[in-house]
Design a protein around this ligand. Structure first.
Ligand SMILES: Cc1cc2nc3c(=O)[nH]c(=O)nc-3n(C[C@H](O)[C@H](O)[C@H](O)COP(=O)(O)O)c2cc1C
Length: 190
């Protein structure tokens, strides 16, 4: 029987983030890649926000899977001070096609924080309405980085197929680079 739940929790990064203008933080990129593969396998979906050194994550799925992941999250040294803001049963997911959607600190989030009288993203001081508004923003915002589709990570056979596709892509890119280099060498001789 389906026993879907949603949890929203916050935490602080233990690594020193670099300025948001420089793009996605490498540690966050690694967390996302790992999350997308694991979550697709475990039927989990959700969204992750990272700004001003704080994480805000929404996770949805079967309660056992969500609780198992939360137990792993508590042990993860990349963040600390985990605090669950809400845990509730749901009928259906708000993030169906996202094994883990990523939303950066961009203009709409800054505008929302401004409307709530906040200069920085500090979820430890969010009231219920701000939590609701941030969740809504996570649900409706277009994602910043490409997602891993669940179909790409089903089982080992598909994993091998994916590796093959990446290998073909890498070979194609290398061949194109060689052609450009050869063209430049010929042009400089002429
Ligand atoms: C902020 C944050 C969010 C994370 N979100 C997820 C997630 O959605 N799914 C996931 O599998 N791991 C997530 N992780 C990583 C887990 O803490 C843990 O390292 C991972 O699930 C272990 O995966 P493994 O069994 O493949 O080693 C997150 C870590 C951090 C710091």
């Amino acid at each position: 029987m389906s026993n879907l739940v949603q949890i929203v929790y916050i935490s602080r990064s233990t690594f020193k983030p670099f300025p948001a203008e420089r793009g996605i933080e490498p540690t966050v990129a690694r967390i996302l890649a790992q999350s997308r593969i694991n979550n697709a396998r475990r039927g989990l979906v959700g969204a992750l926000y990272f700004g001003d050194g704080c994480f805000f994550q929404c996770l949805e799925g079967e309660s056992d899977e969500v609780d198992r992941l939360y137990a792993a999250l508590l042990e993860d040294p990349r963040h600390s001070d985990l605090k669950v803001l809400s845990r509730r049963p749901i009928d259906h997911s708000g993030f169906e096609s996202w094994s883990m959607k990523y939303v950066p600190l961009d203009a709409p989030m800054k505008e929302l924080l401004g409307q709530r009288g906040m200069a920085t993203f500090d979820p430890y001081h969010f009231d219920e309405e701000t939590v609701r508004r941030v969740l809504e923003l996570l649900r409706t915002r277009v994602e910043a980085a490409p997602a891993v589709h669940p179909a790409d990570v089903q089982g080992e056979a598909d994993g091998a197929g994916k590796a093959l596709r990446y290998a073909r892509w890498a070979l194609g890119t290398a061949a194109a680079a060689l052609l450009v280099a050869a063209g430049t060498a010929v042009a400089s001789l002429a």
